[in-house]
Design a protein around this ligand. Sequence first.
Ligand code: ZN
Ligand code: ZN
Length: 246
Amino acid sequence: MKVTFLGTNGWYPTECGNTSCVLIESEKYYVVLDAGDGIYKLDGYVKTEKPIHLFLSHLHLDHIIGFHSIGKFRFKQELNIYGLKGTKDGLQIFRHPYTAPFSDLPFPVEIHDLQEGSHDSPFPFTCRLLLHADPCLGYRLELDDQAITYCTDTGICDSLSELAQNATLLITECSLKPGQNTCGWPHLNPKDAASIAKQANAKKLLLTHFDANFYRTLKDRSDAEAAAKEIFKNTVHAYDGLEVEF
Ligand SMILES: [Zn+2]
Ligand SMILES: [Zn+2]
């Protein structure tokens, strides 16, 4: 299984990276996590006709703005989009006069509204509401006998700990800098993320969604990794283009 980070910034794109998008290539599926503007790189990686399943954490623009660019894709397969109840309505902003609607894309798009809880299709996964300014889902995906947890845009909460239990790979946000505790909205600093990973007995922690306004250089991200490693050794900071195989 391979995880590729296509966008690793929170809030807005900078020279450090695009906004949130992660691709997981499993044996049977392409799984995309969020549709920030980093998603424009997706067609560089989708080279077969395996089904594409895209899971949205929430509707904040740094997680969906990339839908504006997907008209360039020439996928042969359908794009399935999953998100919290209300996603189908929320994505209605992708229409004229702002952009082309999903119905005009050169491939079929199906949007699925989810209830919080466990699901069996298209593969086993669990989603839970996190702690954020607007409703936001964290996911735990069971793929190729591994558990991958993706929790972005959240403060410390029970859902995060629960989804992270014994995860092979825990991907969390890292909006705040070491020692920083708030920016008005609940978010994580590197040590918060590391503490969750340690308590949950996760195998590996990947930090992403670095707030563009706080993390001005890639060196800032290395410093975040170093701070997290004091608590949880197997921590890596993400950057656009990072590939992790396991
Ligand atoms: Zn965000
Ligand atoms: Zn958000």
